[in-house]
Design a protein around this ligand. Structure first.
Ligand code: FAD
Ligand code: DLZ
Ligand code: SF4
Length: 516
């Protein structure tokens, strides 16, 4: 009787580029890896062109690296003749043609793909196995377990738990280094007037061949690219260079200017490591450990508040968002607490608005596939929420436009933190503001067509009337929130005539939103 040879097919997704994964520790001739550029993934959102090119370039380099290490690898390119453009169909074909006896994959980060591969594995008449991605600090279920039976899912509680569990910036077993868990009061300053623009560290990758292949298809993308000088890291080596650059040059002021915004400074002291981390070219542990080692090397130059603020983003916010995602999906993607129904203004796709803050945040997003956190939260997100835009529309925009946008971290930030569509799972109050906050944290208002100090009348800043209109409209849902009560006291004390004028101004702006 002929003995069937065990042959294993292992699927690697475009955001699973972790070369340190235990899969790759030994070369096994029984194992063949497959990576594929496919339409289900290019088309589930209208992605920024830099996102598609960046992912394909990184996938191609990853597959080359595996090949050099002598692993068997099949790489299916977008326009390959036999590409059936779906994970399941391409795998089916390979299993049939090559007589694989086993199918294996790593846990996808996205619910949609997770369901797809779970169902696919179930449908097979060969054995299948699932592996962890060996990337995150926490498991999918860890946050849910920590908060079991609790009504509130406080990020701060999760963050402290993570610090203790992983012994990061901890002394005596369970105490925070330097006596406090959070040093935010030392952070978040506006840039001084004499601030010299920072130069971001950019790569000059040539991705013209991939761009040419993309152009042969009907795939719709947004934004622009300089494909001869593709600026994002596309492999581990470049990702480590960007990490080194960040800790050496930006970390010393990371916390201080974390929330600052300025025209022509599109990334300031931010790391721009989210693409490398989300595709798993870098692990969060590598990033956190490198930042801590730089702090230890230069204690006189790097203050502790800068380091703690950075570590919190990764061990805290990033892992927290993932935990919420796996606890609350798939319902999370349908939540719309304020029952908002409006469309996004057209200028979200062009940047052509007279509002200087939005013009800058959107234009740089189209140009670089990047905006930093406060631009996403307090400029574009703030406006979308004040304008009553349907969270589905807001999600689709954020999922497409940013190089680092993957559902698990995009939706929790957008629908949750930014749009409060989850009614307060991620945040305790909606992040909305008038021009006062934007002017405090940026220099946008000085160059704006609108007048930041006017609520009504000619050239009144739209944020001002829309802000009060939002609170007025959602009084029944928000006025009992202890963190907002004060605002309602101010609103109620305003003269009825002044209130009516503000609401009228807001109504006018909402009706003419595409002309703002
Ligand atoms: P830095 O400011 O240098 O921060 C360091 C790292 O901390 C980031 O690389 C990221 O991994 C992590 N981090 C910081 N804040 C968060 C956060 N709120 N949630 C999760 N991780 C965080 N981040 C994404 O990775 N993908 C997204 O699709 C995404 N969409 C967002 C949408 C909205 C509306 C908002 C308000 C935020 C979103 N974020 C998203 C979070 C954050 O804005 C980005 O992680 C950050 O801007 C990436 O740039 P950076 O690497 O320079 O970050
Ligand atoms: C985002 C993306 C894109 C645009 N294209 C591909 C692709 O062609 N092949 C692939 O394996 N992955 C791609 N990705 C990333 C996937 O969408 C990501 O792996 C899933 O969303 C799971 O998180
Ligand atoms: Fe933005 Fe208003 Fe300031 Fe103009 S005045 S930059 S619209 S906040």
């Amino acid at each position: 009787m002929a003995i069937t040879k065990n042959k294993i097919l292992r699927l690697i997704l475009g955001d699973q580029l972790n070369i340190n994964h235990s899969w790759f520790k030994t070369v096994d001739e029984k194992v063949t890896y497959v990576m594929m550029e496919i339409r289900t993934e290019t088309d589930y959102a209208q992605h920024h062109i830099q996102k598609v090119l960046g992912i394909f370039a990184a996938m191609q380099q990853f597959s080359e690296e595996l090949k050099q290490q002598k692993h068997n690898i099949i790489y299916i390119k977008l326009n390959d003749k036999n590409n059936l453009q779906r994970f399941d169909k391409n795998c089916d074909l390979l299993i049939l043609k090559n007589n694989f006896t086993q199918f294996e994959y790593q846990l996808p980060d996205e619910y949609r793909v997770d369901e797809h591969l779970k169902n696919y594995a179930k449908s097979l008449n060969i054995k299948s196995n699932i592996f962890d991605t060996e990337h995150f600090y926490s498991t999918r279920k860890e946050l849910g377990n920590l908060f079991e039976g609790k009504k509130l899912y406080l990020m701060e509680t999760f963050y402290r738990y993570m610090r203790k569990k992983h012994q990061v910036l901890i002394i005596d077993g369970d105490k925070p280094l330097h006596g406090k868990w959070n040093f935010d009061e030392d952070n978040r300053q506006k840039l001084p007037k004499e601030h010299k623009p920072t130069a971001p560290y950019l790569f000059t990758n040539n991705v013209t061949v991939i761009e040419a292949e993309l152009k042969k298809t009907t795939i719709k993308t947004i934004g622009t690219v300089d494909s001869k000088n593709f600026l994002w890291p596309i492999n581990k080596e470049q990702s480590i260079k960007l990490l080194d650059y960040f800790v050496e040059n930006c970390l010393p002021l990371f916390g201080t200017f974390q929330d600052a915004m300025a025209p022509n400074e599109w990334s300031l002291y931010h790391s721009r490591l989210s693409f490398s981390m989300n595709t798993k070219l870098l692990s969060p542990q590598e990033v956190v450990n490198r930042a801590i080692s730089e702090y230890n090397k230069r204690p006189d130059e790097i203050e502790y508040n800068q380091l703690e603020g950075f570590v919190r983003q990764i061990i805290g916010w990033r892992e927290y968002m993932r935990g919420i995602y796996w606890l609350k999906m798939p319902e999370y993607a349908t939540l719309n607490y304020f029952e908002h129904t409006e469309k996004l203004p057209q200028w979200f796709w062009t940047g052509k608005t007279k509002m200087n803050c939005l013009k800058n945040a959107i234009t740089q997003s189209l140009q670089f596939a990047y905006a930093h956190h406060i631009q996403r939260l307090m400029i574009t997100g703030n406006f979308a929420l004040l304008a009553g835009v349907n969270p589905d529309e807001v999600d689709a925009w954020y999922l497409g436009i940013y190089i680092d946008a993957f559902d698990w971290v995009e939706i929790t930030n957008t629908r949750g933190m930014s749009q409060f569509a989850d009614g307060g799972i991620v945040g305790s109050k909606p992040y909305v503001s008038s021009a006062t906050y934007i002017n405090k944290m940026s220099s946008y208002c000085a160059g704006c067509y609108y007048d930041k100090s006017k609520k009504t009348g000619d050239k009144a800043c739209p944020f001002n009337s829309l802000y009060w209109n939002f609170y007025d409209k959602h009084e029944s849902k928000l006025s009992k929130n202890p963190r907002i009560g004060m605002m309602y006291n101010v609103w109620r004390r305003m003269e009825p005539k002044a209130k009516a004028e503000i609401l009228e101004q807001a109504d006018y702006y909402l009706k003419h939103i595409n002309e703002l």
